[in-house]
Design a protein around this ligand. Structure first.
Ligand code: PLP
Length: 395
């Protein structure tokens, strides 16, 4: 009998990691309605949109009320004004992009989930482990097999390719979710050299580049030759609090050619068929992010999240708990005390300290025994959570 549904879905975990976290938290709340819980789990932002963004949004919404300034379907790759603003943003890192290689999106998740459309069914996909689950699940849903490269404490959760590594499509995320680890320029150059030597393509997720405060690359295109082997995906979700607005950008350089085909042309063809752009007011609001006033306001918000992350890091240090991240990232990746099982620690932390975190095992085999805390709930929550953690662990 012929099958009518995509049975590749059988290969993905039954529930998305954060849905399982939400389910357990809901059950705990129902059983303990009096308990005040501190959310240190999910990666959503909490600080509101900045004034320049709101003013641009209001102005664009007003334009939509008049026939002479109304905007319907927009240009396929996004409005020129926004692509030029993104181009200028890259120039700050010393990267000269062609505006024609920039595609405006409704966020990084959609593009990360859709970019595998460009690759063959039997292409060899390599993911770091632990990994942002979207890379894994979108390839498994498409019926592809995936392989993993271990990100461990020994390699600083920033694995590099060995001589004998073979893959066609590699996902890299820096600074990484969930570990907060970030690649240096020299390390990224090792990946670029490997990809060029192996005709591989790197899918580089720069969603957290705005958290970088040390001398580290914000874009893979800061490495020479990357325009011939890498696609970069970025988002305003964390840069400017756009998780509810939905806007990002993907760079597919004209120089990226495999088997005689321009991946930029293919991506354009794919997007023209399956996507109809991002709302005009949202693109105007995104443009405002890249103005000096917008950038200054966003930096203030990111500094505040980083301050919260430093509170968590300081407390873990004091408690003698191993961790990484939190410096160029909103995420702190800690070892579960006693290397206990991640979900067991999740339940114990909820029960004993009323803190919601994310079990490391949900991000892959190498996440077992680890736990992710997020700084997005702000400094006050971070301080309160660390007080409770101290009281619990020292009791
Ligand atoms: N990439 C990583 C590594 C993320 O952690 C997230 C969101 O948490 C995304 C992409 C998705 O971002 P967006 O809101 O732009 O879809």
């Amino acid at each position: 009998m012929s099958q009518i549904i995509n049975h590749s879905f059988d290969a993905i975990p039954q529930s998305y990691l954060f849905s399982e976290v939400a389910r357990r938290v809901a059950a705990f709340r129902a059983a303990h309605p009096e308990r005040q819980l501190i959310p240190m789990g999910i990666g959503d932002v909490t600080r509101p949109l900045c004034r320049p963004v709101i003013e641009a949004l209001k102005k664009a919404a007003e334009e939509q009320t008049r026939a002479e300034s109304f905007h319907g379907y927009g240009p396929e790759q996004g409005y020129d004004f926004l692509r030029r603003a993104v181009q200028a943003h890259y120039a700050v890192f010393g990267v000269q992009l062609d505006a024609g290689d920039i595609f405006i999106s409704d966020g990084a998740k959609s593009d990360l989930g859709n970019l595998p459309d460009l690759f063959s069914q039997d292409c060899r996909v390599l993911l770091p482990d632990p990994v942002y689950p979207v890379y894994r699940d979108s390839n498994l849903m498409a019926g592809r097999k995936v392989e993993y490269l271990a990100a461990t404490r020994e390699n600083g959760f920033a694995p590099l390719p060995g001589e004998d590594l073979r893959a066609d499509l590699v996902y890299l995320c820096s600074p990484a979710n969930p570990t907060g680890a970030a690649y240096t320029k020299e390390q990224l150059a090792v990946w670029v050299d490997w990809a060029l030597a192996n005709d591989a393509v790197i899918l580089y997720d720069a969603a957290y580049e705005c958290f970088i405060r040390e001398e580290l690359p914000h874009s893979i295109y800061q490495v020479k030759g990357a325009e011939r082997c890498a696609i970069e995906v970025c988002s305003l979700s964390k840069t400017a609090g756009f998780t509810g607005m939905r806007c990002g950008y993907t760079v597919v350089p004209q120089a990226l050619v495999r088997e005689g085909k321009s991946l930029r042309q293919m991506w354009l063809r794919r997007q023209c068929t399956k996507m109809n752009g991002v709302a005009y007011p949202v693109q105007r609001a995104a443009e405002a992010v890249f103005t000096p006033a917008g950038m200054a306001a966003c930096k203030e918000d990111i500094d505040a999240y980083l301050k919260a992350a430093s509170v968590v890091a300081g407390a873990l240090e004091e408690l003698g708990v191993w961790y990484c991240g939190g410096k160029n990232s909103p995420y702190i990746w800690m070892e579960c005390p006693g290397r206990q099982d991640s979900w067991r620690f999740f339940d114990a932390l909820l029960e004993n300290a009323g803190i919601i975190g994310t079990p490391g095992s949900g991000f892959g085999e190498n996440g077992k025994g680890y736990f992710r805390l997020s700084a997005f709930s702000g400094e006050e929550n971070a301080r309160a959570a660390m007080e409770r953690l101290r009281a619990w662990l020292q009791s």
